[in-house]
Design a protein around this ligand. Structure first.
Ligand SMILES: Nc1ncnc2c1ncn2[C@@H]1O[C@H](COP(=O)(O)OP(=O)(O)OP(=O)(O)O)[C@@H](O)[C@H]1O
Ligand code: SF4
Ligand SMILES: [Mg+2]
Length: 319
Protein backbone atom coordinates (compact mmCIF):
# COMPACT_ATOMS: atom_id res chain seq x y z
CA UNK A 1 0.00 0.00 0.00
CA UNK A 2 1.30 3.45 -0.87
CA UNK A 3 2.30 5.67 2.02
CA UNK A 4 2.70 8.74 -0.20
CA UNK A 5 0.93 9.40 -3.49
CA UNK A 6 1.95 12.47 -5.45
CA UNK A 7 -0.44 13.17 -8.29
CA UNK A 8 0.21 15.73 -11.05
CA UNK A 9 2.18 18.08 -8.77
CA UNK A 10 2.86 21.47 -10.37
CA UNK A 11 5.01 23.97 -8.44
CA UNK A 12 6.01 27.25 -10.08
CA UNK A 13 7.90 30.36 -9.00
CA UNK A 14 6.64 33.69 -10.33
CA UNK A 15 9.53 36.09 -10.62
CA UNK A 16 8.74 39.40 -12.30
CA UNK A 17 7.07 38.37 -15.54
CA UNK A 18 8.90 35.04 -15.61
CA UNK A 19 7.32 31.72 -14.69
CA UNK A 20 9.87 29.24 -13.32
CA UNK A 21 8.41 25.78 -13.93
CA UNK A 22 10.38 24.03 -11.18
CA UNK A 23 8.07 21.00 -10.93
CA UNK A 24 5.74 20.52 -13.85
CA UNK A 25 3.17 17.76 -13.43
CA UNK A 26 4.88 14.86 -11.70
CA UNK A 27 3.21 11.78 -10.23
CA UNK A 28 4.78 9.02 -8.15
CA UNK A 29 4.17 6.82 -5.11
CA UNK A 30 6.31 5.85 -2.16
CA UNK A 31 5.35 2.46 -0.73
CA UNK A 32 5.62 1.47 2.93
CA UNK A 33 9.21 0.53 3.88
CA UNK A 34 10.67 1.29 0.48
CA UNK A 35 13.39 3.72 -0.54
CA UNK A 36 12.51 5.73 -3.61
CA UNK A 37 15.33 7.78 -5.11
CA UNK A 38 14.87 10.95 -7.13
CA UNK A 39 17.89 11.53 -9.31
CA UNK A 40 18.74 14.33 -11.74
CA UNK A 41 21.17 17.14 -12.41
CA UNK A 42 21.20 20.41 -10.51
CA UNK A 43 18.05 22.43 -11.17
CA UNK A 44 15.87 19.50 -12.24
CA UNK A 45 13.29 20.11 -9.48
CA UNK A 46 14.26 17.52 -6.85
CA UNK A 47 14.35 19.83 -3.82
CA UNK A 48 11.24 21.73 -4.89
CA UNK A 49 9.44 18.35 -5.01
CA UNK A 50 10.61 17.61 -1.45
CA UNK A 51 9.69 21.08 -0.17
CA UNK A 52 6.26 20.79 -1.80
CA UNK A 53 5.66 17.54 0.13
CA UNK A 54 6.82 19.23 3.35
CA UNK A 55 4.46 22.18 2.81
CA UNK A 56 7.43 24.54 2.70
CA UNK A 57 6.87 26.34 -0.60
CA UNK A 58 6.60 30.06 0.08
CA UNK A 59 5.99 33.03 -2.26
CA UNK A 60 7.10 33.63 -4.96
CA UNK A 61 6.68 29.84 -5.16
CA UNK A 62 3.22 28.30 -5.41
CA UNK A 63 1.75 24.84 -5.77
CA UNK A 64 -0.49 25.41 -8.76
CA UNK A 65 -2.07 21.96 -9.09
CA UNK A 66 -2.04 18.42 -7.87
CA UNK A 67 -2.57 16.24 -4.81
CA UNK A 68 -0.10 15.02 -2.22
CA UNK A 69 -1.79 12.18 -0.38
CA UNK A 70 0.02 10.94 2.72
CA UNK A 71 -1.56 8.16 4.77
CA UNK A 72 -4.73 8.83 2.76
CA UNK A 73 -4.84 12.55 3.70
CA UNK A 74 -4.38 15.22 1.01
CA UNK A 75 -1.67 17.40 2.58
CA UNK A 76 -2.53 20.29 0.27
CA UNK A 77 -5.89 20.63 2.00
CA UNK A 78 -4.39 20.98 5.51
CA UNK A 79 -3.99 24.34 7.23
CA UNK A 80 -0.57 25.38 8.61
CA UNK A 81 -1.36 24.12 12.11
CA UNK A 82 -2.39 20.69 10.81
CA UNK A 83 0.64 20.61 8.51
CA UNK A 84 2.92 21.32 11.49
CA UNK A 85 1.63 18.11 13.07
CA UNK A 86 2.72 16.18 9.98
CA UNK A 87 6.06 17.94 9.41
CA UNK A 88 8.81 16.78 11.73
CA UNK A 89 6.42 14.23 13.15
CA UNK A 90 5.07 11.85 10.48
CA UNK A 91 7.43 13.20 7.77
CA UNK A 92 10.96 14.39 8.58
CA UNK A 93 13.56 15.86 6.29
CA UNK A 94 17.33 16.07 6.42
CA UNK A 95 19.23 18.50 4.26
CA UNK A 96 22.53 18.64 2.42
CA UNK A 97 24.22 21.07 4.79
CA UNK A 98 23.51 20.32 8.46
CA UNK A 99 24.99 23.66 9.60
CA UNK A 100 22.10 25.40 7.79
CA UNK A 101 19.48 23.46 9.73
CA UNK A 102 21.07 23.26 13.20
CA UNK A 103 20.87 26.32 15.44
CA UNK A 104 24.54 27.30 15.94
CA UNK A 105 23.81 28.87 19.36
CA UNK A 106 22.08 25.89 21.02
CA UNK A 107 23.77 22.72 22.33
CA UNK A 108 23.07 19.75 20.05
CA UNK A 109 21.53 17.68 22.82
CA UNK A 110 19.08 20.47 23.59
CA UNK A 111 18.05 20.57 19.92
CA UNK A 112 17.23 16.86 19.96
CA UNK A 113 15.45 17.30 23.30
CA UNK A 114 13.30 20.08 21.85
CA UNK A 115 12.22 17.83 18.95
CA UNK A 116 11.16 15.15 21.44
CA UNK A 117 9.19 17.59 23.61
CA UNK A 118 7.43 19.28 20.68
CA UNK A 119 6.62 16.28 18.51
CA UNK A 120 6.55 13.33 20.86
CA UNK A 121 5.20 15.09 23.95
CA UNK A 122 7.98 13.42 25.95
CA UNK A 123 7.89 14.81 29.54
CA UNK A 124 10.71 17.31 30.13
CA UNK A 125 12.12 15.14 32.94
CA UNK A 126 12.72 12.23 30.54
CA UNK A 127 13.60 14.15 27.38
CA UNK A 128 17.30 14.61 28.19
CA UNK A 129 17.80 10.88 28.85
CA UNK A 130 15.98 10.04 25.59
CA UNK A 131 18.11 12.56 23.68
CA UNK A 132 21.30 10.95 24.92
CA UNK A 133 19.91 7.54 23.91
CA UNK A 134 19.23 8.93 20.44
CA UNK A 135 22.78 10.30 20.22
CA UNK A 136 24.02 6.81 21.09
CA UNK A 137 21.64 5.32 18.54
CA UNK A 138 23.27 7.37 15.75
CA UNK A 139 26.73 6.43 17.10
CA UNK A 140 27.92 9.73 18.55
CA UNK A 141 30.74 8.77 20.92
CA UNK A 142 30.62 10.03 24.53
CA UNK A 143 27.11 11.32 23.96
CA UNK A 144 26.52 12.14 27.63
CA UNK A 145 29.40 14.63 27.58
CA UNK A 146 28.81 15.87 24.03
CA UNK A 147 25.14 16.64 24.76
CA UNK A 148 26.18 20.14 25.85
CA UNK A 149 28.45 20.93 22.88
CA UNK A 150 27.49 23.49 20.23
CA UNK A 151 27.22 22.30 16.57
CA UNK A 152 30.51 24.04 15.65
CA UNK A 153 32.38 21.57 17.88
CA UNK A 154 31.37 18.65 15.64
CA UNK A 155 32.73 17.50 12.27
CA UNK A 156 30.45 17.58 9.18
CA UNK A 157 29.73 13.86 9.49
CA UNK A 158 28.90 14.12 13.20
CA UNK A 159 26.61 17.09 12.55
CA UNK A 160 24.77 15.05 9.94
CA UNK A 161 24.37 12.28 12.57
CA UNK A 162 22.80 14.85 14.89
CA UNK A 163 20.43 15.94 12.11
CA UNK A 164 19.48 12.29 11.64
CA UNK A 165 18.86 11.96 15.40
CA UNK A 166 16.53 14.99 15.26
CA UNK A 167 14.78 13.65 12.15
CA UNK A 168 14.12 10.21 13.66
CA UNK A 169 13.32 11.50 17.17
CA UNK A 170 9.63 11.35 16.33
CA UNK A 171 9.89 7.96 14.52
CA UNK A 172 8.43 9.34 11.27
CA UNK A 173 6.76 7.18 8.62
CA UNK A 174 8.66 8.95 5.86
CA UNK A 175 12.17 10.35 5.93
CA UNK A 176 13.13 12.70 3.10
CA UNK A 177 16.90 12.89 2.68
CA UNK A 178 17.86 15.70 0.29
CA UNK A 179 21.47 15.17 -0.81
CA UNK A 180 22.34 14.01 2.73
CA UNK A 181 25.99 13.30 1.98
CA UNK A 182 26.98 15.76 -0.75
CA UNK A 183 28.83 18.05 1.66
CA UNK A 184 30.85 15.18 3.16
CA UNK A 185 33.98 13.37 2.07
CA UNK A 186 33.70 9.93 0.53
CA UNK A 187 34.38 7.68 3.55
CA UNK A 188 32.04 9.69 5.76
CA UNK A 189 29.44 9.58 2.96
CA UNK A 190 29.27 5.81 3.08
CA UNK A 191 29.10 5.78 6.90
CA UNK A 192 26.14 8.20 6.82
CA UNK A 193 24.35 6.20 4.12
CA UNK A 194 24.90 3.02 6.15
CA UNK A 195 23.44 4.77 9.20
CA UNK A 196 20.40 5.94 7.20
CA UNK A 197 19.84 2.44 5.83
CA UNK A 198 20.01 0.86 9.25
CA UNK A 199 17.71 3.52 10.82
CA UNK A 200 15.22 2.99 8.01
CA UNK A 201 15.17 -0.76 8.63
CA UNK A 202 15.09 -0.57 12.43
CA UNK A 203 12.27 1.98 12.47
CA UNK A 204 10.34 0.58 9.47
CA UNK A 205 10.39 3.94 7.71
CA UNK A 206 10.01 4.74 4.04
CA UNK A 207 12.67 6.96 2.53
CA UNK A 208 12.70 9.48 -0.29
CA UNK A 209 16.37 9.81 -1.20
CA UNK A 210 17.25 12.82 -3.33
CA UNK A 211 20.60 12.75 -5.03
CA UNK A 212 22.47 13.47 -8.24
CA UNK A 213 24.67 10.42 -7.57
CA UNK A 214 23.56 7.22 -9.33
CA UNK A 215 26.13 5.29 -7.27
CA UNK A 216 24.15 6.10 -4.11
CA UNK A 217 20.95 5.10 -5.88
CA UNK A 218 22.34 1.69 -6.81
CA UNK A 219 23.39 0.94 -3.24
CA UNK A 220 20.46 2.38 -1.34
CA UNK A 221 17.22 2.58 -3.30
CA UNK A 222 14.52 0.10 -4.29
CA UNK A 223 13.04 2.24 -7.05
CA UNK A 224 14.14 5.38 -8.80
CA UNK A 225 12.68 8.28 -10.74
CA UNK A 226 14.86 10.32 -13.07
CA UNK A 227 13.89 14.01 -13.20
CA UNK A 228 14.83 16.66 -15.73
CA UNK A 229 13.42 20.19 -16.11
CA UNK A 230 10.57 19.51 -13.70
CA UNK A 231 9.42 16.33 -15.47
CA UNK A 232 9.88 12.62 -14.81
CA UNK A 233 11.76 11.11 -17.76
CA UNK A 234 12.12 7.55 -16.49
CA UNK A 235 10.90 5.46 -13.57
CA UNK A 236 11.90 1.91 -12.75
CA UNK A 237 13.05 -0.37 -10.00
CA UNK A 238 16.76 0.00 -9.45
CA UNK A 239 17.74 -3.38 -10.94
CA UNK A 240 15.81 -2.70 -14.15
CA UNK A 241 17.17 0.83 -14.48
CA UNK A 242 20.78 -0.33 -14.25
CA UNK A 243 20.19 -3.44 -16.35
CA UNK A 244 18.41 -1.54 -19.09
CA UNK A 245 18.28 2.25 -18.93
CA UNK A 246 15.93 3.39 -21.71
CA UNK A 247 15.91 7.17 -21.73
CA UNK A 248 18.87 8.89 -23.46
CA UNK A 249 19.20 11.19 -20.42
CA UNK A 250 19.45 8.24 -18.01
CA UNK A 251 21.95 6.57 -20.35
CA UNK A 252 23.96 9.83 -20.27
CA UNK A 253 23.84 9.97 -16.46
CA UNK A 254 25.06 6.37 -16.31
CA UNK A 255 27.98 7.14 -18.59
CA UNK A 256 28.97 9.89 -16.13
CA UNK A 257 29.56 7.36 -13.32
CA UNK A 258 33.36 7.07 -12.97
CA UNK A 259 34.70 3.58 -13.77
CA UNK A 260 37.50 2.14 -11.68
CA UNK A 261 39.79 1.86 -14.72
CA UNK A 262 39.07 5.41 -15.97
CA UNK A 263 41.33 8.32 -15.42
CA UNK A 264 39.67 11.62 -14.67
CA UNK A 265 40.22 13.05 -18.16
CA UNK A 266 38.24 10.18 -19.70
CA UNK A 267 35.13 11.02 -17.66
CA UNK A 268 32.04 11.52 -19.77
CA UNK A 269 29.66 14.40 -19.27
CA UNK A 270 26.33 14.99 -21.04
CA UNK A 271 26.87 17.74 -23.66
CA UNK A 272 25.29 21.14 -22.98
CA UNK A 273 23.53 22.08 -19.79
CA UNK A 274 20.06 22.05 -18.29
CA UNK A 275 18.01 24.90 -19.84
CA UNK A 276 16.78 27.83 -17.78
CA UNK A 277 13.38 26.87 -16.36
CA UNK A 278 11.65 29.89 -17.89
CA UNK A 279 12.91 28.88 -21.35
CA UNK A 280 12.41 25.16 -21.79
CA UNK A 281 12.60 24.05 -25.43
CA UNK A 282 9.37 23.13 -27.23
CA UNK A 283 8.76 19.38 -27.37
CA UNK A 284 11.04 17.10 -25.38
CA UNK A 285 12.88 19.24 -22.83
CA UNK A 286 16.06 17.21 -23.39
CA UNK A 287 16.05 17.74 -27.18
CA UNK A 288 18.94 20.22 -27.37
CA UNK A 289 21.28 17.79 -25.58
CA UNK A 290 20.10 14.49 -27.02
CA UNK A 291 22.33 12.53 -29.39
CA UNK A 292 19.39 10.72 -31.04
CA UNK A 293 16.99 13.67 -31.42
CA UNK A 294 14.36 13.43 -34.21
CA UNK A 295 12.12 16.10 -35.79
CA UNK A 296 9.10 15.18 -33.67
CA UNK A 297 11.17 15.70 -30.49
CA UNK A 298 11.30 19.44 -31.30
CA UNK A 299 7.53 19.63 -31.86
CA UNK A 300 5.71 17.63 -29.20
CA UNK A 301 6.52 16.45 -25.72
CA UNK A 302 6.28 12.65 -25.40
CA UNK A 303 4.08 11.12 -22.68
CA UNK A 304 5.51 9.08 -19.82
CA UNK A 305 4.45 5.56 -20.79
CA UNK A 306 4.89 2.19 -19.07
CA UNK A 307 6.84 -0.18 -21.32
CA UNK A 308 7.51 -3.00 -18.89
CA UNK A 309 6.13 -3.78 -15.47
CA UNK A 310 6.76 -0.56 -13.50
CA UNK A 311 9.32 0.72 -16.02
CA UNK A 312 8.13 4.04 -17.49
CA UNK A 313 9.86 6.23 -20.08
CA UNK A 314 9.13 9.62 -21.65
CA UNK A 315 10.85 9.48 -25.05
CA UNK A 316 9.72 9.39 -28.71
CA UNK A 317 12.16 6.54 -29.39
CA UNK A 318 9.87 4.25 -27.41
CA UNK A 319 6.44 5.51 -28.46
N1 LIG B 1 13.00 30.05 -4.17
C1 LIG B 1 13.15 29.97 -5.50
N2 LIG B 1 12.95 31.02 -6.30
C2 LIG B 1 13.08 30.93 -7.65
N3 LIG B 1 13.42 29.80 -8.30
C3 LIG B 1 13.64 28.72 -7.55
C4 LIG B 1 13.52 28.73 -6.13
N4 LIG B 1 13.80 27.49 -5.65
C5 LIG B 1 14.08 26.75 -6.75
N5 LIG B 1 13.97 27.48 -7.87
C6 LIG B 1 14.22 27.02 -9.25
O1 LIG B 1 13.51 25.83 -9.46
C7 LIG B 1 14.29 24.92 -10.24
C8 LIG B 1 14.39 23.61 -9.50
O2 LIG B 1 15.17 23.82 -8.34
P1 LIG B 1 15.52 22.67 -7.29
O3 LIG B 1 16.13 23.35 -6.11
O4 LIG B 1 14.34 21.82 -7.04
O5 LIG B 1 16.62 21.84 -8.08
P2 LIG B 1 17.39 20.54 -7.60
O6 LIG B 1 17.05 19.44 -8.56
O7 LIG B 1 17.11 20.29 -6.16
O8 LIG B 1 18.91 20.98 -7.84
P3 LIG B 1 20.21 20.73 -6.92
O9 LIG B 1 20.73 19.39 -7.33
O10 LIG B 1 21.13 21.84 -7.32
O11 LIG B 1 19.82 20.80 -5.47
C9 LIG B 1 15.63 25.59 -10.47
O12 LIG B 1 15.64 26.16 -11.73
C10 LIG B 1 15.69 26.64 -9.41
O13 LIG B 1 16.45 27.75 -9.85
S1 SF4 C 1 12.17 12.40 -27.05
FE1 SF4 C 1 13.69 12.73 -28.64
S2 SF4 C 1 15.04 14.35 -27.85
FE2 SF4 C 1 13.87 13.54 -26.15
S3 SF4 C 1 15.19 12.01 -25.29
FE3 SF4 C 1 13.82 10.96 -26.70
S4 SF4 C 1 14.92 10.90 -28.62
FE4 SF4 C 1 15.96 12.40 -27.34
MG1 LIG D 1 18.28 20.39 -4.46
Amino acid sequence: MSLLKVNNLVTYFHIGNQMIKAVDGISFNVEKNETLAIVGESGSGKSVTALSIMGLINPPGKIMEGEIEFNKVNLLKLNEKQMCMVRGNRISMIYQEPMMSLNPAIAVGEQIREALIIHKAVPKSQAKKRSIELMNFVSIPESQVRYNDLPAKFSGGMRQRIMIAIAIACTPDLLIADEPTTALDVTIQSEIMELLRSMKNKLNMSMLLITHDLGLVAENADRVIVMYCGKILEEANVKDLFRRPMHPYTIGLMKCIPKIDCTVDKLYSIPGCIPHPSQFPVGCRFNDRCEVVKDICREKMPELIELEDGHKVRCWQWQ
